[in-house]
Design a protein around this ligand. Structure first.
Ligand code: PBG
Length: 327
């Protein structure tokens, strides 16, 4: 008779045993909650493709930040739908723009909240591309100049971290220099370092009305097939002074997250993007999956892949369940 001597199942017998040997734990402090800020007052407009996520005016966003603070969420990532759009996205660097105002309002109600701002132009341009366009092409260096102006306005308003998301060449370098020259040498940069041109951003583009009017983003965002290029992009951003590197989207790119963590050992973030959220919500609403368990499994997979930080639309739901001891 040859019964197994080694029985991994011994440690799976009870809840307590499983808990004792659990290798990965998602904490509320790992999560960053995105917020979509719109003009107006008392606005709380649900985004149809992202149930449970809202376009919020500054006043309602401040209330949300307070709620986040109570739940132990430490950080928010701000996106804006501006009042007006133009060819170059100039409202992005208006000192009285929606993001600078939102930063101040949030810091007032929740001074310790780490307010991160997304730096990009797709929400601010009439054509929906991420910067200055000429002959159908995104102009890298002209856009960098504008990006620095946007960063300085956010810095001036009190942002705690800036997060450039445009996948422009040299963006971290340009920002680091621009910030340092203006006295913001302590402001960290979380770079969207390996950001892929992905169909998973669909619901987000509805949320901020930023779908490109013509063409796509493939000349600046990466080809999903390219792993080595992702490593090079991350390495370049680290050399240019990125403090946190991000991989985006999450679920279909966890191999990239693992490799980035192993190779560079940097604070690493992953973006659990809108399409990943929408799929879970849609399936759960049909009764096809258990939303709570799927959410926990997804967030755990991201942490297990090596992400220290997870930007996720599930932040509030997770924190709420954690507060009740249900996850
Ligand atoms: C660009 C930006 C996008 C997202 C975050 N920052 C959209 C894009 O690149 O088209 C997507 C986030 C999501 O899908 O949740 N400003």
């Amino acid at each position: 008779m040859s019964f197994p001597l080694i029985r991994p199942r011994r440690l799976r017998r009870t809840d307590f045993l499983r808990d004792m040997v659990r290798e990965t734990r998602v904490e509320v402090s790992n999560l960053i909650a995105p917020l979509f800020i719109v003009p107006g007052e008392k606005v709380e407009r649900e985004i149809s493709s992202m149930p449970g996520q809202y376009q919020l005016s500054i006043d309602t966003a401040a209330k949300k930040a307070l709620r986040f603070q109570e739940l132990g969420i430490r950080s928010v990532l701000l996106f804006a739908i501006p009042e007006s759009k133009d060819e170059i996205g100039s409202s992005a660097w208006h000192p009285q723009g929606i993001i600078p105002q939102a930063i101040k309002a949030l810091k007032k109600v929740a001074p310790e909240m780490v307010v991160i701002t997304d730096l990009c132009f797709c929400e601010y341009t009439s054509h929906g591309h991420c910067g200055v366009m000429k002959d159908g092409q995104l102009q890298n260096d002209a856009t960098l100049c504008n990006l620095v102006k946007q960063a300085l306005v956010h810095a001036e308003a009190g942002a705690d971290i800036i997060a450039p998301s445009g996948m422009l060449d040299g963006m971290v370098h340009a920002l680091r220099h621009g910030l340092d020259e203006s006295g913001y040498s302590d402001l960290p940069i979380m770079s969207y370092a390996a950001k892929f041109a992905s169909a998973f951003y669909g619901p987000f583009r509805e949320a901020v009305q930023s779908a490109p009017e013509y063409g796509d983003r493939k000349s600046y965002q990466m080809d999903a097939a390219n792993f080595n290029e992702a490593m090079r992009e991350v390495e370049l951003d680290i050399q240019q002074g990125a403090d946190i590197v991000m991989v985006k989207p999450g679920l279909a790119f966890l191999d990239v997250v693992r490799a980035v963590k192993d190779r560079f050992k940097m604070p690493t973030a992953v973006y659990n993007v809108s399409g990943e959220y929408a799929m879970v919500k849609a399936a759960a609403q049909n009764g096809w999956i258990d939303e709570r368990r799927v959410m926990l499994e997804i967030l755990t997979s991201m942490k297990r892949a090596g992400a220290d930080l997870i930007i996720t639309y599930f932040a509030e739901a997770f924190a709420d369940l954690r507060a009740k001891g249900q996850v």
